[in-house]
Ligand binder design. Structure first.
Ligand code: UDP
Length: 330
């Protein structure tokens, strides 16, 4: 049996592939390499270069009938881009996911794990936010993922497939063995951008708004180490395999850090002040998002091991350095 990983050449997907290989699983990657890298897919993995919107390709990929689960990472992930291009986001994240779910049902794939997002919650009065909170995304990105969650819910009720939708908070850091990390030069996520600024690959870090209703005025997020996030996926896979019922799980630690606190962590790690500039608030940003993370621990038995922000930041910096060397020699 194989596990199909869509977006397996991308940041989070490539870490999933490594973890599956480490666990002795057979892995097939489908990736269109729009933001991923062929080199991020290790030898020994079946690689299908193509788009999940290609129905014929999906049919071929699943035709052998030996796919035990699809872990679906492929998609677009930049909140402000989704505000500028909602239809592009609904196509990539919703329409194509619908096609993938349909292909899974047609091929009799028993399990589906979906990369969802904390952006489905929008702005909430209560923090941390639990899975039972009102779902009210404030960006097309969040809505595009929520619609996919709803399709999965309804499909699982009608067909013989179980799913886990994992609502990621802010994923950062890199494989502790240095095998993968966030590699896109155009990345927009805070810790990645801060690492690039710290290493001189960007002239400065822009702080998107200082007037939010938070203690220091900058937005608060729950940063989760990619290794812990992937451990939650492994736990979800084993849960579904053991007959666990379909469900939704927050993936975060339950502790939030402001943009200024992240900047301080970077400065501690490099022992150097970071060049920062104030910018306007970014469209679609919620002031605060912190995970209520009981369910993932209790139901999936997830036990994170890399919760320290300093470790996450150090790991991101380490990868950024490594990436520079990698790109310089290739
Ligand atoms: N942010 C920032 N400067 C940057 C990138 C991000 O101030 O260059 C802020 C952003 O406004 C948000 C937080 O950092 O409050 C996390 O943003 P990110 O893009 O990493 O993730 P998101 O929460 O949007 O998924």
């Amino acid at each position: 049996m194989t596990i199909v990983v869509t977006g397996g050449a991308g940041y989070i997907g490539s870490h999933m592939v490594l973890a599956l290989l480490d666990a002795g699983e057979d892995v097939t990657v489908i990736d269109n390499l729009s933001t991923g890298f062929r080199w991020a897919v290790p030898d020994g993995v079946r690689f299908i270069h193509g788009d999940i919107g290609d129905e014929a390709l999906l049919k071929r990929a699943l035709s052998t009938g030996d796919c035990e689960a699809i872990i679906h990472f492929a998609g677009s992930i930049v909140v402000p881009d989704s505000v500028a291009d909602p239809l592009g986001y609904y196509l990539n994240n919703t329409v194509k996911t619908r096609g993938l779910i349909a292909a899974a049902v047609a091929a009799g794939v028993p399990h589906f794990i979906f990369s969802s997002t904390a952006a489905v919650y929008g702005i909430q009065d209560e923090m941390p936010v639990f899975e039972t909170a009102r779902l009210d995304p404030i960006s097309p990105y969040g809505t595009s993922k929520l619609m996919s969650e709803l399709m999965l819910r309804d499909t699982a009720a009608a067909h013989d497939i179980t799913y886990a939708a994992l609502r990621y908070f802010n994923v950062a850091g890199a494989d502790p063995q240095g095998r993968s990390g966030q590699s896109s030069p155009r990345a927009t996520h805070l810790i990645k951008v801060a690492a690039q600024a710290a290493l001189g690959d960007r002239p400065y870090l822009e702080i998107f708004g200082r007037d939010y209703p938070t203690p220091d005025g900058t937005c608060i997020r729950d940063y989760i180490h990619v290794t812990d996030l992937i451990a939650a996926h492994m736990a979800a896979l084993n849960y579904l395999r053991a007959g666990g019922r379909s469900d939704v799980f927050n993936c975060g630690y339950g502790k939030g850090y402001s943009v200024l606190e992240v900047i301080s962590a970077v400065e501690r790690a490099t022992n150097h002040p970071l060049v920062v500039r104030d910018g306007p608030p970014r469209p679609g940003d919620a002031p605060m998002l912190v995970a209520g993370a009981k369910k993932v621990r209790e139901r999936l038995g997830w036990a994170p091991e890399h919760e320290d922000l300093d470790e996450i930041v150090a790991s991101a910096l380490h990868w950024e350095n490594r990436l520079k060397t990698k790109l310089a020699v290739s």
